[in-house]
Design a binder for this molecule. Sequence first.
Ligand code: SF4
Ligand code: SF4
Length: 176
Amino acid sequence: MKMPGLVKGLAVTLGTMGRRSVTQQYPDVKPELPPRSRGVIALLEENCTVCMLCARECPDWCIYIDSHKETIPATTEGGRERQRNVLDRFAIDFSLCMYCGICIEVCPFDALHWSPEFEYAELDIRELTHEKDRLREWMWTVPAPPALDVHAEPAKEITAAEKAAERARTARGGTA
Ligand code: SF4
Ligand code: SF4
């Protein structure tokens, strides 16, 4: 015999009435998220060399970077002046971002990191584009890297010459 819809509904209600509630009273009760949750992308501005790799690889084109060149005077007499990129704007539009993490993976200078922070909802979608100052603030919520495996090789000190070589390689488009 087919059970009428109302009786079926009441049966479900009665069946669940005795069970313990699993509802969390957010925001009074914060959810317990895994420490490596993909909440938001944080920027360590000091590490960014404006190489543009993240913006180029982002599938959603939601990273906006502006910069200008600055001339660094020669440090020795007869030496050559050098130029470096200065970051003017770094913004991510989180209304477009799909949290794929490609930008974090491709950054050669560890300037981008996942933060578990997730409380940045806005009423206006246009407010979801966050600029470098806000992205920098989220760096304080990035968990420390996990300890190295006991069998791993000890971390190697990177010399200034190696860093310069890596920068030059990135500027050439990642070719060796
Ligand atoms: S997580 Fe993916 S979609 Fe979001 S900014 Fe990075 S590359 Fe773009
Ligand atoms: S890939 Fe890293 S260093 Fe290059 S522009 Fe993006 S954040 Fe800056």
